[in-house]
Design a binder for this molecule. Structure first.
Ligand SMILES: [Zn+2]
Length: 144
């Protein structure tokens, strides 16, 4: 028996939970590569069914993660942050500290982090000293 969709029967194919119409979309609207990814994980996936937005967002961020990994072979810390923030987008925008951080330029953020990390110039001085020392040592070793 086919017919009109009963809104009380909007069940996500992935988590099998019933969702309100605001939190679920028809599976047919999911785009190509992401639909492929879902099919890999859920072979029973049908484009006639539904998927909740929470699950769809999870697959989206996994997809972005895959793209970056394929491209680089590895994940940098910054990229990891980006993916994490995609995933936790709602949480992030509610966190006033992070909202503040998003308003800073990349340079300002980096400066902030360096200052936090190393106690600023003192740390950088020691670090430079260690590098010079190591270079001298390796030079001596290659001469002998
Ligand atoms: Zn779901």
């Amino acid at each position: 028996m086919t017919g009109k969709v009963d809104p009380s029967k909007l069940v996500c194919q992935i988590c099998k939970k019933q969702k309100s119409a605001d939190n679920i979309i028809p599976a047919g609207l999911v785009r190509g590569p992401i639909a492929e990814k879902i099919k890999e994980a859920f072979p029973d996936w049908s484009s006639d069914g539904y998927i909740c937005t929470a699950d769809l967002n999870r697959f989206r961020s996994e997809y972005v993660e895959d793209m970056i990994k394929q491209d680089k072979g590895e994940f940098t810390a910054i990229e990891e942050q980006v993916v994490k923030s995609l995933r936790e987008h709602e949480l992030l925008t509610r966190n006033p500290n992070i909202e503040y951080e998003q308003q800073l330029t990349f340079g300002e953020r980096t400066a902030d982090r360096l200052a936090d990390f190393g106690g600023s110039w003192k740390f950088l001085g020691i670090f430079a000293g260690i590098i010079i020392l190591m270079e001298e040592l390796s030079e001596k070793r290659s001469r002998s």
